[in-house]
Ligand binder design. Sequence first.
Ligand code: 6GU
Length: 225
Amino acid sequence: MPKIKFTIITLFREALEPYLKTSMMWKATDKGIAQFDFVDLREFGLGPHKSVDDTPYGGGDGMLLRCEPVFNAIESVKEKDPSAKVILPTPVGEIWNQETARSFATAAESSDKPIHYIILCPHYEGYDERILSIVDFKVSLGKYVLTGGELPALIIIDSVVRLISGVLGGENSAIIESFSEGDNLEYPQYTKPFDFRGMTVPEILLSGNHGEIDKWRKEHSKKAN
Ligand code: 6GU
């Protein structure tokens, strides 16, 4: 049984799938920790053209995602799992940060059944406001505007799944690293060679003195902006 399930409702599955089949997200799937499913919003489109969008009442540019396809798509998932929670990536949502990612990961780790999130990826200029009535979490990635919810969906998924134990290599890697404790970013790190084009590695790291190395690392931890 996976710890966490994401059902992604999108018109552009092909934009998401390669990333989720690569590296850590693939590893999480392969180990049975995470499960990623897709629902093609187009299948819930209206009329012969399977239309999912329409022009805004009151006029204005662009097209808006309609309620019916979105509600029908979400309800088709909730019929099978009424506990699934809906995330809507939107530039007017709550800013996503490490703390929120951590709380989603902790919820998944401490639950005895899989935690299930439905991510609805909007596209076009926006969505009918009534869609918000079926949404549990409105999430924004920052103060800029993207074309659709696909990139945000990947960022949300990646930032949560990597925190679930068993996904990263060293059991401690997610705990020590950047942002986990307050706003400390991780310390500078070096690997071989010792001298690269005249840029050398701080001698202390070669000293074998772990007390001094820890001290140096603390002193050199970077602060987030
Ligand atoms: Cl979640 N969606 C879109 N479309 N743009 C964004 C965003 C989300 N977060 C920042 N910009």
